[in-house]
Design a binder for this molecule. Structure first.
Ligand code: LMR
Length: 399
């Protein structure tokens, strides 16, 4: 048979356009805005009262020690720095730190941990659905879909009232099939700030365990909400109640090392040997995607957590960031009764009940940059910008 030589294989020039990531586009738009009074409450980075994202003092010291003492940069392997993952165990897992059915490895940020965790699910059960409450972090669905798993959405949050649609969440989880995955935000829900209370966690995990779902907890802001211990309530409850648990953790925010990409993935199965097999798969997937995680940030976190005095100082610096977040929340909440719900929420984000058109107007007329969804970073602005921000939002909400 003759081959049809006229049919041309697609070339790179045939690629369709990509819709750019909305948050990254927002960062670029804000950067390009020459107006000096612009307010950037878009991306989720902590800023202090002066509007800066300083490197933690304890991190500077650890990095200096790293420069002075590091003897080699030879490869560490797909799991990165093993000691780094061990040092995170008591902080994240609490009383479960010694459980040998739980294993962890270093990843490039929380994003790498998420991808790896879903790759693991897709390896064992490609038919699993991932139950996702909406709104969620906009990068969750693309990461899940990249592993070919199905995303099944349910409504999580009532934007007008600033409350969780808890009954709908429970109903969605009750409809899950055994082996399906429940993606849960460990604390400081992104984008809403609406965290489950302890009784709600109890009910959620009870349903998850009864239905045989796998809880997959994304915890990227531990210590930014109520406190390091309190913020891990859901993680530890899931470990109490379920044989199989996946946790994607990030140090990017609580150690303020955003661009260094420092995270970890923890996996629990019903036995030590099954966990070892699962981690071998995880290592293989990591090898295929990034081979080995970047070292620098995790090495500095390792130095901090290994040294009692530095670790204590980290806890103090972390508490200062948390106090500022909660203080700004209270200031916004008390300025306008329509914003009172913001004082009952946690972490860097809340959503304003604004339409996309109103968000665009704030951007164009007031140089205030927030996500089109109305998500804003409560500590995105310096203290000197807060009054103007509140007044502009109040104006947009109408009198
Ligand atoms: C955010 O939600 O703003 C951060 O997690 C940054 C990001 O990568 O989206």
């Amino acid at each position: 048979m003759l081959t049809d030589t006229k049919t041309k294989a697609p070339g790179l020039a045939d690629l369709p356009p990509v819709q750019s990531d909305a948050l990254l586009a927002l960062i670029a738009m804000c950067d390009a805005d020459p107006r000096e009074h612009k307010i950037d409450v878009g991306v989720g980075v902590f800023r202090d009262g002066a509007g800066n994202t300083p490197i933690l003092q304890v991190m500077k010291q650890a990095e200096q020690r790293l420069v002075d003492t590091q003897k080699t940069k030879a490869y560490l392997g797909t799991g990165g720095d093993k000691r780094f993952a061990e040092l995170l165990r008591p902080i994240l897992l609490g009383p479960h730190a010694g459980d040998e059915r739980i294993a962890g490895l270093q990843t490039p940020g929380g994003c790498g941990a998420l991808r790896l965790g879903f790759e693991l699910i897709a390896t064992v059960n490609p038919r699993a659905r991932v139950l996702v409450g909406t709104p969620t972090w906009p990068n969750h669905p693309p990461i899940i879909k990249a592993t070919r798993l199905e995303v099944s959405e349910y409504p999580y949050y009532e934007r007008g009232q600033g409350i969780i649609r808890f009954d709908e969440m429970i109903a969605a989880l009750q409809n899950g099939e055994p082996g399906d995955v429940a993606l849960l935000h460990g604390c400081c829900h992104n984008p809403t700030g609406a965290d489950l209370g302890e009784e709600q966690w109890d009910e959620v995990i009870q349903v998850v365990a009864e239905r045989g779902l796998i809880p997959f907890i994304d915890i990227a802001y531990q210590g930014f909400g109520r406190g390091l211990e309190e913020d891990a309530y859901g993680v530890r409850l899931a470990l109490d109640s379920c044989d199989e648990v996946i946790i994607a953790q990030s140090c990017d925010k609580n150690f303020s090392v955003y661009r260094d990409r420092v995270g970890s993935l923890f996996v629990k199965t019903g036995s030590k040997s099954a966990t070892a097999t699962a981690m071998a798969h995880v290592g293989q997937r990591a090898r295929e995607m990034w081979s080995m995680p970047p070292d620098h940030g995790a090495a500095a976190v390792h130095i901090i957590l290994e040294d009692r005095e530095l670790a204590d100082r980290w806890i103090v610096e972390l508490a200062a960031m948390r106090d500022r977040i909660n203080d700004v929340r209270q200031r916004i909440a008390s300025a306008d009764p329509r914003l009172a719900y913001i004082g009952r929420q946690f972490g860097m984000f809340s959503m304003l009940p604004l339409s996309k058109e109103q968000v665009v107007q704030l951007r164009e007329h007031e140089a205030i940059y927030m996500a089109d969804s109305g998500r804003f970073n409560v500590v995105g602005m310096g203290d000197d910008q807060l009054d103007r921000f509140i007044a502009s939002v109040a104006g947009a909400l109408g009198n």
